[in-house]
Design a protein around this ligand. Structure first.
Ligand SMILES: Nc1nc2c(c(=O)[nH]1)N[C@H]1C(S)=C(S)[C@@H](COP(=O)(O)O)O[C@H]1N2
Ligand SMILES: [Mo]
Length: 421
């Protein structure tokens, strides 16, 4: 059995244009979007523009992807960029492959030495702590924690749902170092009657209105007391990446990524369900019952998303891979919010038969689980490899998307094409 190239074939063909700086790759992966649309005005000589050159006017915006490798930019204001599945092959996601999901504009100041976090609201002892205080006063933990955006997979919705058209790559599992949210809340003293946390970051609203926050989410207080929620100041052993919330953020595994407030400045405790921006209306909410694709749903029938559903990803080989070998290794990750994945199965005959993959336990609670399987393809031709995970509550991945108006929680099976030549 030999390793097959984990680069999609269409990229291999365009290889020389795509190698090198992410900037040069940009124009290709922006696929289908014209230069004019990117620049917001017509470009009379657009057809003379050599392939692979970055327009100077865009070069500045592209710095948002500095320190990232191979991410697909879905939007540049606010910045949203996802990672193609074959670049998520590492057991622990390196920082340069961690997706970015911003709702507003990141703060200009991200200085770790002067940064403070305030804990107030319904606590016995309100406090303001520096990052040095956090390190000194509380035990420091390192954990691998999975963050998945609630809208991951939205691009597959039909009828389409508005919002970032994430395909598969708004998920990652990096190593995070920080202190437990629980330890900090206990030190501040949770008052009786607290029902929810509320989180605030230092980013600003796209409108420029200084009185508006782009997003402020919270957690039920019982969830906030979990062992594996961190107030993190390191990502993969280094200070946080600016786009992933430097210098301080929450990491709440297994729940929508929006709970993991970046550029964290304040946590306050409330005696009502938090009603900050993107906590109300239909944001990060789904209907309280199955609905038909396209169905109109009354606002009052939406509920806040809590745990993310069971899901798996095939990270090797890349879809479109060609191989001469008929025995190939398939591998990827699987996760289920607040639960363990019990087993992962793969099929290469469009779901007629399934083969169990070898599945690792998570390195800690809240990390995704790595899996692998060797499959034997019978003859030359086109195959699809499908993967499905089932968690310890018996919940599995559906074939079809469970449609909802805002395009959340798509955990339908991942499929990759493999050609035996
Ligand atoms: N302050 C702040 N925190 C935020 C966001 C944001 O826009 N501002 N986006 C949230 C959303 S919707 C997600 S999915 C995660 C993404 O984390 P990442 O950008 O590090 O991948 O951050 C969350 N935390
Ligand atoms: Mo998100």
């Amino acid at each position: 059995m030999s390793e097959i190239s984990n680069v999609p074939v269409d990229r291999e063909e365009k290889g020389d244009q795509l190698q090198g700086a992410g900037r040069r790759r940009f124009l290709k992966t922006a696929g289908g979007v014209s230069l004019g649309a990117l620049l917001g005005m017509s470009v009379p000589f657009a057809r003379n523009m050599p392939s692979g050159i970055m327009p100077v006017a865009l070069a500045e915006d592209m710095d948002v992807l500095a320190g990232k490798d191979g991410l697909t930019l879905l939007n540049d204001r606010p910045v949203n960029a996802e990672t193609p599945p074959h670049l998520l092959d590492d057991a622990i996601t390196p920082t340069n492959r961690h997706f970015i999901r911003n709702n507003g504009l990141p703060p200009e100041e991200m200085d770790a030495d002067s940064w403070t976090l305030t804990i107030d609201g319904l606590v016995e002892k309100p406090m303001t702590l520096s990052i040095a205080d956090l390190k000194k006063k509380f035990p420091v933990h390192t954990m691998a924690l999975t963050i998945e955006c609630g809208g991951n997979g939205r691009a597959a919705f039909d009828p389409p749902a508005k919002g970032n058209q994430w395909t598969l790559g708004a998920v990652a599992c990096s190593n995070w170092t920080g202190v437990r949210l629980r330890d900090v809340l206990e030190a501040a003293g949770v008052q009786d009657g607290v029902v929810y946390t509320a989180h605030e970051g230092a980013d600003s609203h796209l409108s420029g209105d200084p009185d508006k926050l782009p997003i402020s989410r919270g957690l039920p207080i019982a969830k906030a007391m979990s062992d594996n929620i961190l107030i993190a100041f390191e990502m993969n052993g280094e200070p946080l990446h600016p786009m992933n919330g430097a210098p301080l953020r929450l990491v709440v595994p297994g729940w929508p990524g929006s709970c993991s407030q970046k550029w964290l400045k304040r946590i306050y405790l409330r005696d009502i369900v938090h009603d900050g921006p993107k906590m109300t209306g239909t944001a990060y909410r789904v209907p309280n019952r199955p609905v038909a694709p396209g169905e109109k749903v009354d606002k009052k029938d939406f509920v806040i998303i809590e745990r993310m559903p069971v899901k798996s990803l095939i990270t090797y080989p890349a879809t479109g891979a060609e191989t001469k070998d008929r025995a190939i290794e398939i591998r990827g990750h699987a996760w289920s919010g607040d639960r363990l994945v019990d087993h992962v199965e793969v099929s290469f005959d469009f779901g007629a038969t399934w083969q169990r993959a070898e599945l690792d336990l998570p390195v800690n609670v809240g990390a995704w689980q790595n899996w692998r399987a060797t499959i034997q393809l019978p003859q030359a031709g086109y195959y699809e490899v499908w993967a499905r995970a089932v968690d310890d509550a018996g919940e599995g991945q559906p074939h079809a998307i469970k449609w909802n108006p805002k395009g959340y929680l798509n955990n339908s099976m991942h499929r990759v094409a493999v050609k035996v030549v």
